[in-house]
Design a protein around this ligand. Structure first.
Ligand code: ADP
Ligand code: MG
Length: 386
């Protein structure tokens, strides 16, 4: 069952001992929310708190232990009230302070009741984000782009994280077994079977989301948009096979490859072929050039276009308009692109949280927006007239 999230989003956010916030109780009314404040004021911390309501790592990919406020009791809690179509829903997560000698425990709560995992939130909330950490995405290592794609998949398919973890575990086991000359061959067979199964599932899930996203982008393609459309291809050995034959056949094919390449992989110290070596190749559509060759500003615009398209895909597939978190967004954009961004965001119908150091960047926000000033440990609403 879903709450039929209308996109109205978070109405209240409570932080306890989360990063720089000893205690924060924030009432939110806006659809577009801007957090303005100096460097280090605590803006990204708020977006990070919101990102904890999705499976996988939060927006900084940080350890939960690092999120507990320094000098605090050792745990933290984040809770939010979501406006649903019929009823409000309360979601909570945090790290319980541990007794001496024990590990702190992650907790999840749905309407006050304990829940087992963040998957319980997926019926109520999806979250997508863009942070400055993605700025070098197109010129950086392929692993960054795979992780970026995995986040996109995770937002439409909350099971994807478990799949990726299972593949990583299987590959680690295989690498260890190859390293040890005395390993039992039957064991290696079993691990390769597992790697082939999970590897094919990971490749198929990535292909499916990348394909849906590409179709959505193609349907809305506008060469004049300030956010250029991206031409995306997921390149990899299994991905190419999946385009031509059923997944069960590809699984057998991959198992064969793993067996044939034991010697080579043993020498390399890792498994060379598989979804762990794929790349999401992106081109700047209107210009027809590889994304890494576009200018810094063009790359940022391309990323924004991708994230906007992804938010639409999430809404179409889950029925939930995702919360969109855009960290340090306005800084890179000229006034024309900024105005276009605000218009596109308003049209999305999602609640959008943006941050920036410069108040002036948010002067042209549409009605129904809300601007907050962030100072260390505090967040206060700025009245539209001030
Ligand atoms: N676990 C923590 N406990 C207390 N303060 C923290 C913790 N983690 C980060 N901070 C503080 O949070 C601030 C950074 O907040 P951030 O949200 O990144 O700022 P910005 O407004 O620039 O986005 C820094 O001053 C940092 O010292
Ligand atoms: Mg920041």
């Amino acid at each position: 069952m879903t709450t039929g999230n209308t996109g109205a989003g978070v109405r209240r956010l409570i932080l306890s001992d989360f990063r720089s916030y000893p205690g924060l109780d924030l009432a939110v009314g806006g659809r577009l929310v801007a957090l303005v404040g100096e460097n280090g004021a605590g803006k990204t911390n708020i977006l990070e708190a919101l990102s904890l309501f999705t499976p996988g790592r939060g927006l900084r990919r940080a350890d939960l232990g690092d999120m507990a406020r320094e000098g605090g009791p050792g745990g933290f809690a984040v809770s939010l009230t979501l406006q649903g179509e019929f009823d409000d829903v309360r979601l909570g997560t945090g790290l319980e302070p541990a007794a001496p000698g024990e590990n702190p425990q992650r907790r999840f709560r749905l309407d006050g009741e304990p829940a087992g995992s963040p998957a319980a939130f997926a019926d109520h909330l999806r979250v997508v984000w863009l942070t400055p950490a993605f700025d070098g995405l197109f010129s950086g290592p392929a692993g960054d782009r795979r992780r970026f794609l995995d986040r996109l998949v995770l937002a439409v398919d909350p099971e994807h994280g478990a799949r990726v973890n299972a593949l990583e575990r299987a590959l680690r086991s295989r690498n260890r077994l190859l390293e040890d000359e005395r390993s039992d061959p039957a064991w290696l067979d079993a691990v390769e079977r597992e790697a082939a199964e999970t590897g094919t599932a990971v490749a198929a899930a990535r292909l499916e989301t990348a394909g849906r996203l590409a179709a959505l982008i193609a349907a809305a393609r506008d060469d004049a948009s300030p956010f250029p459309w991206a031409d995306m291809v997921l390149e990899g050995v299994l991905e190419a096979e999946l385009a031509t034959r059923p997944a069960v056949d590809v699984e057998d094919f991959y198992r064969g490859l793993l067996r044939e390449n034991r010697g080579r992989d043993r020498a390399a110290g890792r498994t060379l072929i598989g979804p762990q070596a794929s790349d999401l190749v992106v081109r700047h559509g209107p210009k027809g050039v590889p994304a890494e060759r576009a200018s810094t500003g063009e790359q940022k615009a391309l990323l924004i276009g991708l994230v906007l398209a992804h938010a639409k895909l999430v809404a179409a597939m889950s029925g939930l308009k995702p919360l969109v978190l855009l960290d340090e967004i306005a800084a890179h954009l000229d006034p024309r692109r900024r105005a276009a961004l605000f218009a596109d965001l308003a049209a999305l119908g999602s609640q959008v949280w943006m941050t920036g150091a410069d108040r002036a960047a948010f002067l042209d926000l549409p009605p129904e927006s809300e601007v907050f000033e962030v100072t260390p440990g505090r967040v206060s609403a700025i009245l539209p007239s001030t």
